[in-house]
Write a protein that binds this ligand. Structure first.
Ligand code: PMP
Length: 304
């Protein structure tokens, strides 16, 4: 795999990357119950630092609690294991993937008897939607797949199974020649991207959907905090796809996607077909935070 590192933390010990293996009858592989996180470590001007590590690890514990998986480690132990995995691999900037899953031991739908397993891997991962996407904006398609109803597989938890629909949406978008999918919820309102939260700008006001069936994005919350500090008005409201088409600006947020402008949705140009001024300003603020240049937000960075 591109970007692979040397070691993976698995159930409390470090294994060589190629030896971190599981049994083919792993329960989660068959039925999709697992919880995970996606976190980034940046090479900041003060050395390597993980962005909002505590918030990510808290969400991992919450996800686990929500789906009824008893974590074998507490949050502090897992947090230390993340930092240790970065150190052991001597990598300055990376994507971090902790995963908790149900292992080999029973094959009924009831996972009782399947051991809870855990792992943390880190690898080198650049701009998720491309450097050009970050700079010029990406093209998006409204998905024909509806995002989950919050009561089918709790959308507030970051579970592996939730990503089946994200994958269908992403594959459909890429096959039709665009970069990313925008999913609509069961009521017809805009929910989220396949791995991102969405924001619009209209008449200088920032809009994002409420957390009804969308993941509580840590980047979403970060961008909202930065926007508030800059005096921007934010409306957390439901909107349908027509408001996206008519937006002055639009962008996605996510750990992998960071803050990626959207320049086109369903063949319609957004704004002038290039990143708008508010999007660009927030993107600059976001990158100065994660690069450690913004002294006011150093508390969001955990030094490795
Ligand atoms: N929605 C979905 C479906 C996601 O997969 C992600 C990425 N984790 C997000 C939103 C954004 O969350 P965050 O900013 O915490 O990475």
């Amino acid at each position: 795999m591109e970007g692979a590192t040397e070691k993976i933390w698995m159930d409390g010990e470090f294994l060589p990357w190629d030896e971190a293996k599981i049994h083919i009858l792993t329960h989660s592989l068959h039925y999709g119950l697992g919880v995970f996180e996606g976190i980034r470590c940046y090479k900041t001007i003060r050395g390597s630092a993980v962005f909002r590590l505590d918030e990510h690890m808290r969400r991992l514990c919450d996800s686990s609690h929500i789906v009824g998986i008893d974590l074998p480690y507490d949050q502090a132990t897992l947090t230390n294991a993340v930092l240790e995995t970065i150190r052991v691999n001597k990598i300055e900037a990376c994507y971090i993937r902790p995963l908790i899953w149900l292992g080999y031991g029973s094959m009924g739908v009831n996972p009782a008897g399947a051991p809870v397993r855990s792992m943390i891997a880190v690898w080198k991962w650049g701009a998720y939607l491309g450097e050009e996407g970050l700079e010029k904006g990406i093209r998006v398609k409204v998905s024909s797949f509806t995002s989950h109803h919050p009561n089918s597989y709790m959308t507030g938890a970051k579970t592996t199974g939730n990503y089946a629909v994200s994958q269908l949406a992403k594959m459909e978008a890429v096959r039709s020649g665009v970069d990313e999918a925008l999913m609509i919820d069961p009521e017809g309102f805009v929910a989220q991207g396949s791995g991102e939260n969405i924001f619009l700008v209209r008449d200088g006001i920032l809009k994002t959907p409420p957390l009804h069936g969308v993941l509580r994005g840590i980047t979403r919350e970060t961008v909202m905090a930065l926007a508030r500090e800059q005096g921007l008005e934010i409306e957390v409201v439901m909107f349908a796809r027509d408001e996206v088409y008519a937006a002055d600006e639009a962008f996605f947020t996510g750990t992998a996607a960071e803050l990626t402008p959207i320049r086109e949705v369903d063949g319609r140009m957004i704004g002038g077909g290039k990143p708008g001024p508010i999007t660009k300003r927030l993107q600059t603020s976001f990158f100065s935070v994660v690069n450690g240049e913004d002294e006011a937000h150093l508390s969001w960075l955990t030094n490795v």
